[in-house]
Design a protein around this ligand. Structure first.
Ligand code: HPA
Ligand code: ZN
Length: 330
C-alpha cells in the first residue's frame, strides 16, 4: 500500500483554506470580482507571512457568498481529500463567513453543506463533520454570535467549537463566554494555540477556556513541564507540520518538533491546515514525515488511532472508521 492509499483521518482543516485556487478563481470570474492580487503568476495563492496569509484567505473567502457556493466547496474539498486516502475529516466552518452569524442564514448554509457531505460519503466513503470556529481577530462579540449559531445547531454533524485567526490578538480568556456556551450545548472544544504564541498560550487554552484538543500546540516543546502535562492528561495536538514549515515556524521538516513531542508521550495527529496555501496534501505530509523521521506504516497507524480517539464524532461513527483502519497493514 502506498502512502497515498493509507487510510487517514484529518482533524484540522479550514474549509475555505482547503479551496483549490482554480475553484476560487472560477467563482471570482462568475461573480466578476477581481482577485488577481491574491494569486501568483503560476496560479497559486500569494502571501508573505501569517498575518498577510489571513488577509489573502479572507479575500479568497469573499467570493463564497451563498449556501450553494459552500456546497460546491464541500464537494471540491472532499473529492480532493478522498483522493489522498482521507476517510474522515473535521472541517472548521465559520458562521461569520456563512451568513454573517445570523442563525437562520447559518442553518441554510449548514443544510447545503451537510447535503453535499452526504453525497460525497455515498460516492467516496469519506465522512465529514463540522467544527464551528470563531475568529480571534474579529473579537469576542463576533465570537458570541458564532457560538450561538454553534449551540443552536449542535448535534451529530456540528460536533465541536473552536477558535482560529490571529493568535497575536486578545487573550483566549476573552472568549470564555463563547466556549462555556458551546460546552453547555454539548460541543467538544479545541483552540489554535502554541503556533504563534509560546507555551503560555497552550496553558491558556487549557486553563482559561478548557479545551480538550489543541490546534498546533507544537511550541509546547519549549516548556518540558507543559509537555509532561499534555502527555499525562492525554491532550491531543492537531499538528500541521507542512503549514509550520511554509510559514517559517521551523526552517526544515527535520527540525519540526512532532517527533520529539511524540517521544515524550504526547498524542499527536497530522493535518494540512490550509493545503493549497501551504502547497501540501495529506499524502505530502506523510511523505515528508517518512523522509524526515523514518516513519513507516506502524507510525502512521498510531497517528490514525490517536485521531480516531480524539475525533469529535459519535461512537457508532468511530466504530465504522475503526473497521476501515483494520485494513491498514501493520
Ligand atoms: N490558522 C489560523 N487561522 C486560520 C487559519 C490558520 O491556518 N486558516 C484560516 N484561519
Ligand atoms: Zn489552523
Amino acid at each position: 500500500m502506498t502512502l497515498r492509499e493509507l487510510p487517514k483521518l484529518e482533524l484540522h482543516l479550514h474549509i475555505e483554506g482547503a479551496a483549490p485556487p482554480a475553484f476560487i478563481r472560477g467563482l471570482a470570474q462568475e461573480k466578476s470580482v477581481d482577485l488577481s492580487k491574491i494569486f501568483k503568476e503560476d496560479g497559486s495563492y500569494d502571501f508573505r507571512d501569517f498575518v498577510h496569509f489571513l488577509s489573502v484567505y479572507e479575500a479568497a473567502t469573499s467570493v463564497l457568498k451563498s449556501p450553494e457556493d459552500y456546497a460546491r466547496l464541500v464537494r471540491a474539498n472532499l473529492e480532493e481529500s478522498a483522493a489522498h486516502g482521507v476517510i474522515y475529516t473535521e472541517m472548521f466552518i465559520s458562521p461569520d463567513f456563512c451568513g454573517g452569524s445570523d442563525v437562520e442564514a447559518w442553518r441554510d448554509y449548514l443544510h447545503a453543506m451537510q447535503e453535499a457531505a452526504a453525497e460525497a460519503e455515498a460516492k467516496d466513503g469519506i465522512v465529514m463533520r463540522g467544527i464551528v470556529t470563531c475568529i480571534r481577530h474579529f473579537g469576542p462579540e463576533k465570537a458570541k454570535a458564532s457560538a450561538l449559531c454553534a449551540a443552536e445547531t449542535a448535534g451529530d454533524w456540528i460536533t465541536g467549537f473552536g477558535i482560529g485567526g490571529d493568535e497575536g490578538k486578545g487573550a483566549l480568556g476573552d472568549f470564555a463566554w463563547s466556549f462555556d456556551l458551546a460546552r453547555e450545548a454539548g460541543l467538544r472544544l479545541t483552540a489554535h494555540a502554541g503556533e504563534w504564541g509560546g507555551p503560555a498560550s497552550v496553558r491558556q487554552a487549557l486553563d482559561d477556556i478548557g479545551v480538550e484538543r489543541i490546534g498546533h500546540g507544537v511550541r509546547a516543546i519549549e516548556d518540558l513541564a507543559l509537555v509532561e502535562r499534555l502527555a499525562e492528561d492525554g491532550v491531543v495536538l492537531e499538528v500541521c507540520p507542512g503549514s509550520n514549515v511554509v510559514l517559517g515556524l521551523y526552517p526544515k521538516w527535520d527540525r519540526h518538533p512532532i517527533q520529539a513531542l511524540r517521544e515524550r508521550g504526547v498524542k499527536v495527529t497530522v493535518s494540512t491546515d490550509d493545503p493549497p496555501f501551504f502547497h501540501t496534501t495529506m499524502t505530502r505530509e506523510y511523505e515528508e514525515l517518512a523522509r524526515a523521521f523514518g516513519w513507516g506504516t506502524a507510525d502512521f497507524l498510531e497517528i490514525s488511532r490517536n485521531a480516531l480517539d480524539a475525533a469529535f464524532c459519535d461512537a457508532d461513527t468511530k466504530a465504522r472508521l475503526a473497521d476501515r483502519l483494520k485494513d491498514h497493514p501493520e
